[in-house]
Ligand binder design. Sequence first.
Ligand code: ADP
Ligand code: 5GP
Length: 205
Amino acid sequence: MSRGKLFVISAPSGAGKSTLLKRLLIEVPNLAFSVSHTTRAPRPGESNGREYHFVDHPTFTGMCANQAFLEWAEVHGNLYGTSRAAIEAQQAKGIDVFLDIDVQGARQLREQQLPGAIFLFITPPSWTELERRLRGRGTDAEETVQLRLNNARREMEAADLYDYLVINDRLDEAVEVLRAVIIAERCKARRNPDGLPIDWEKVTG
Ligand code: ADP
Ligand code: 5GP
């Protein structure tokens, strides 16, 4: 069985990445979400082990020391990391994994030249719309919104490092574009659009 791919996806906070990923996980088969570890406090509605593994500072730094993270970074004042073991287990089963990580983490993974890693960057259609979405989400204090907007300027400058750029204007269209990228990458890896291996013996008779 061929190994699953890593779809590394970044966006400035508020661009709609979580919303898009939730839709993709429902609509695209054989795709798993990499649940990161973070020292950030859960937002209302988030649960431990679903959006994130919420851990305290000593636990996180202990995991760093044990090389448990494929990459990790400080983002908006909190620590976030991708568990090496969890990713490996999914990929070994032939399942493609989505990583929702910031530009610093994506840069670390680029440098590691991991086979089968594809990098996607999502932008909002405009700066005004980014501000509207960040405030409209209603989950962050104004101070946090300002911090995230400041970081967004820097994050947008990293868009050139990515293989694909997707503008999240109309949600349905952005989901379709992301689905098309996944299908194209699966075909490139000689797999079916649903991610399962092609039965080559059957094809060649
Ligand atoms: P991120 O995960 O990138 O920080 P979210 O997925 O939390 O962003 O989205 C931020 C806000 O924008 C949410 O309130 C979400 O419902 C809204 N949103 C996401 N995508 C769109 C879209 N295409 N059009 C309008 N609103 C959107
Ligand atoms: P949020 O706090 O809004 O969920 O996420 C803030 C930022 O942290 C987002 O840009 C998100 O992509 C990033 N992030 C989430 N998990 C990880 C991770 O494991 N590693 C890195 N480098 N960034 C992450």
